[in-house]
Design a binder for this molecule. Sequence first.
Ligand code: ADP
Ligand code: MG
Length: 388
Amino acid sequence: MSNPAQRANKLFVQTFGTTADDLYLAPGRVNLIGEHTDYNDGFVLPAAINFHTVIAVKRRDDDIYRAVSDAFPGDIKEWTFGQEGKMDPDDGWVNYLKGFTAAMAVTGLTAKGLDISVVGNVPLGAGLSSSAALEVAFGTAVNDCSQLRLSPLAVAQMAQRGENQYVGCACGIMDQMISALGEQDHALLIDCEDLDSEPVHIPDSLSLIIVNSNVQRGLVDSEYNLRREQCEAVAEHFGVESLRHVELCQLEAAKSELSDVCYRRARHVLTENRRTQHASHALEAGNITKLSELMAQSHASMRDDFEITVPEIDTLVEIISRVIGERGGVRMTGGGFGGCIVALVDHALTDAVVEAIESQYATKTGLEATVYLCSASAGATRVDEEVY
Ligand code: ADP
Ligand code: MG
């Protein structure tokens, strides 16, 4: 089968009857550790993955945008820069692109129009952030075609603003930032307080495996908002802006002043911040035993303190950890209540992990898992069809 870049070019010609000028891509992502720490101004350690959204573009002389995606065959979507109006749910996927140009217009930037075809292999809605890949691929194209000279971080921030303010999704900056700034064979340690980031090499001996539990995710929004409120309540108790400014010893000393639930929620965030920093050191040093321990502790903390795992996810993590022991790490990744697990395991164990999932997960849960064998990929870029 032809690659996404060739498919994007082909869709472009079929739709617009002419060839595209340029191709841009942006990757999906997986968070290795640091869950529910972003909105507490803490640390996260995501990696961009080798699943991409690719867009083919042709510059226009006016300020009109026309777009198609092979994921949603049908009409050409059209809008004018600065006249995006309000988000219309019937417009579906194109709202992510309109959100980007709307955010630009609010900031006082302008850009010329584009004809666009979108093709990709980031699974939609699987927790691998296809939405950020779409926004960042588009933003990178707009930035380049209109010679705006925005940094990759500025493109990520614009994409987040679009998703927050136009699409109406209260996501943090992690997804857009890693999609824009990822580096091949590296994760990115992001300090969500000042958006400083630092690439962290992933040892060559490790395979990156993502497994979708295929649990139907329910209650995600209400539980997410509740967790945010609980974290904010503890920060308020200490009179600080966010949990980033609370020390573990302070939390322990104040335990009797807090409800048990709020105490445990805060304990997850504070210990997870530590684990995330330690995990980045362990990865850098190639200390897989330590990484294994930290990922196991992270999972236990999400299960027992933050209470965001579900039995099927715990089962998946147990199946894999029994195979890998200390020769890799495994934990739930993402917001919780279903979704995916991430594992970093010795290459030699990859087949055994996949076999264990295939032979045990369905029997134990009645669900089929989807396995993605990945590698850490570079962030958004212009790309040639031949070298994709
Ligand atoms: P996730 O980001 O975890 O994949 P979301 O629900 O946040 O899940 O985003 C999925 C939505 O993003 C899709 O329903 C669609 O609207 C949009 N999207 C992502 N990739 C594409 C694509 N290649 N073409 C069109 N729309 C896409
Ligand atoms: Mg998303």
